[in-house]
Design a binder for this molecule. Sequence first.
Ligand code: SAM
Ligand code: SF4
Length: 343
Amino acid sequence: MKHFLRILLGKVLPASLRRRLGLLKNSAEAGLCKIPVLGQAHWSSKVKTIEQTPFQVNIEVTSICNAKCIMCPRHLMDRKMQVMPWDLFTKVILESKEIGVNRFALNGYGEIFTAKKDYKKYINYLFEHIPHARVIINSNGSLLDDDAARFIIEKGVDTVHCDIDGATKETFEIVREKLNFDDVVKNIRNLVKVRNELGKSFPKVRVGMIAQKENQHELQAHHDMWTGIADYVQSDYMVSRAGTIETFHGNIDVDRPCSLIWFEMNIYTNGEVVLCCDDWNNKEVMGNILNETIVEVWKGKKFNDYRKKHQEGKACEISLCAKCDFARPGPDWFQARRYSNAS
Ligand SMILES: C[S@@+](CC[C@H](N)C(=O)[O-])C[C@H]1O[C@@H](n2cnc3c(N)ncnc32)[C@H](O)[C@@H]1O
Ligand code: SF4
């Protein structure tokens, strides 16, 4: 406990961990501006290869949510709150199959289990067409009841990630406004119990906490509470969602290239493909799957122009990226991609 208090004071943890927990006050402390700086030309040479297809496709099955979390801007969205039209979903799945994408995260800015009438149909379709798909579900856990748990276990969903943003009812319900702590805890415990009783290993259950000033005093209690139950217990630092939410770790070096735009494609319920998952209000739209293919958008001029800006160290010229505080990986990530994806 004493040790933990020192962590909170930020005196003993390495910057990398404090950054993950959002405990850094500014970019200088984060050390991100001081990374052994590669010159811009050097960066460019690391990021020569543009992948032919996304590694992962994030599908916003619904933009409807039953919560109003204080660190999530989704209730301010301009776009329609709706379940993704069926024809659009099936197009995404069939195209993904054709181009060999088999990794999906079924969320954007909504809660999949609010789509009570639809989520089974959508997940069934996905596995019917791509049986070996690796499917990740981020859920707030509130509607993940016994029936939903048995369904996703039977389907072979790979991972359920549930952020439970407090170790006590009081704190949790301040952060995850509109949700009930006891229901969420019961549902996640039940998911693990049923999975184990059925002798299955999946889904792996990852319980996290988005560390912020309202709950950081409960980080240790949260860790203790879920250790031995969840397969992974991992706290994440809060991001500003490109400058919308106030965070307390300050800016990072925004000119560093961001791996997300080489890695995953985010498709919203209206078909729009946005630059990255932080673009909650679709400010930087790369294309629309209603009238383009996944590959056309992914390899399209607009996406590539944005990647080029990142390569050239000019990410701050993109208004979304200029305000982003997502921790961007170092040169190793790009180095590895260069060799593993060379075409
Ligand atoms: C936008 S939510 C959508 C899925 C689902 N409704 C949920 O809460 O898990 C996706 C993920 O973003 C996380 N999240 C929300 N606001 C965040 C923030 N400001 N910084 C970092 N992660 C955040 C949530 O905890 C969740 O794991
Ligand atoms: S974090 Fe998830 S549960 Fe909370 S409001 Fe956003 S989409 Fe809904």
